[in-house]
Design a protein around this ligand. Structure first.
Ligand code: PLP
Length: 387
């Protein structure tokens, strides 16, 4: 079967796909339709945190799958309740709303912020401050939250009530908080799609102080930075701040679609019965997968993420053909002298899958990638960048 042709004819042409059809894999190795093997440093965009066909995860998912695959939120379901408990115990948050994607997790965070502003401060307190070069999703409202013009054009008018500050410029956050009737500040601690750019601790501490002073919710979009990716369970834990709302998705389900919006003390009960919902949210199979993933993101695993991260930074920083290496944990952006797309294509030909973020090459390897495979892949990447 010519999958590329079929896809080209019938799938909406919204993706510029790489000319590659993946069919199987094991751990950090994936295999294409011709049987060629690759070391995968992209993990389906930070989703397959424990690689492909992980046996423990498969066992957890299939056990649930053979019991009941879906209940709807009209009924109670144990995996969903247990997952919410684990997320709260591991973060100190108080409640969780489950959905199916990052954009939806952020939609919920935005609804919480609007409700908080309205009920705590007054009906006009609806504005949310986000950052330039942020990425929060593809729905009309999360596009509005996304501080990048390129995503906005073609879809106007977007949801009102978002203003944008420059990343790492607390002065501008303060200016916006004083100019507009605000209810929240929303950020990624490492801007992923925006070029793998970490915010500074100083900035985040300042934003936290501004939020406290002006009674704004602090919303951490941990869709990409969450679930062990940065070397902590959630990225904010690297910065000594405590958000009021944490949204996450991507790596949480280990490859199954799940989004979660974690609600802190201030907003735990702000959404009452009938105010928000999702047919699939908290689906038992996805929750069982997420429970398995979460149970394995322990101190040893996180120490391994940091160790692997250090290896990659040490190898690539100041290497030939590499201008800069940024990021945190196993979320790494590389600015090359050669165009990123050339590097990506050549790596793929040599059996290594890497992806892009703006003009950079982005690495999002499995949290438990075998050290030898990582070394092999980084050696190939270095060789390609040096050309
Ligand atoms: C990927 C991403 C999203 C959107 O997630 P979807 O599951 O594609 O809706 C939102 N925020 C951040 C930070 C992301 O990286």
């Amino acid at each position: 079967m010519d999958v590329k042709k079929l896809d080209g004819q019938y799938v909406a042409p919204t993706y510029a796909r790489f000319p590659l059809c993946l069919v199987a894999g094991k751990g950090s190795k994936v295999v294409d339709e011709n049987g060629k093997e690759y070391i995968d440093l992209g993990t389906g965009i930070a989703v397959n945190g424990f690689g492909v066909a992980d046996e423990e995860w498969i066992a957890a998912v299939t056990e649930q799958l053979s019991k009941i695959q879906h209940t709807s939120n009209l009924y109670y379901s144990e995996p969903c309740a247990r997952l919410a408990e684990q997320l709260c115990l591991r973060t100190g948050m108080k409640r969780v709303f489950f959905s199916n994607s990052g954009a939806e997790a952020n939609e919920c965070a935005i609804k919480v912020a609007r409700k908080y502003g309205e009920s705590k401060k007054g009906a006009e307190y609806t504005t949310i401050i986000t950052l330039r070069d942020s990425f929060h999703g593809r729905t009309i409202t999360t596009l509005a939250a996304t501080g990048q013009e390129v995503f906005h054009k073609d879809f106007l008018p977007l949801t009102e009530g978002f203003v944008y500050a420059e990343a790492n410029n607390a002065q501008e956050v303060r200016r916006l908080a004083e100019k507009y009737p605000c209810c929240a500040v929303m950020f990624e601690v490492v801007q992923g799609e925006g070029g793998v750019r970490p915010l500074t601790k100083e900035f985040l501490k300042d934003v936290e102080a501004i939020a406290k002073e002006k009674d704004l919710l602090l919303i951490a979009d941990e869709v990409q930075t969450g679930n062990g990716r940065t070397g902590k369970l959630y990225g904010y834990m690297n910065f000594d701040i405590l958000p009021d709302v944490v949204s996450t998705a991507k790596g949480l389900g280990g490859g199954l679609p799940i989004g979660a919006t974690l609600l802190g003390e201030k907003v735990a009960d702000i959404l009452g019965a009938g105010m928000h919902g999702s047919t699939f949210g908290g689906n038992p199979v996805c929750s069982a997968g997420a429970l398995n993933i979460l149970s394995r993101i322990d101190d040893a695993l996180l120490a391994g993420v940091t160790e692997r991260s250090r290896y990659v930074f040490d190898e690539l920083t100041d290497a030939k053909g590499i201008r800069s290496v940024t990021g945190l944990g196993l979320m790494i952006g590389i600015e090359c002298e050669r165009p990123a797309s050339e590097v990506i294509d050549e790596c793929r030909e040599k059996g290594v899958l890497v992806i892009k973020a703006k003009h950079k090459v982005r690495l999002l390897p499995a949290l438990n990638i075998d050290m030898e495979e990582l070394k092999q892949a980084i050696a190939i990447l270095k060789e390609v960048c040096a050309k």
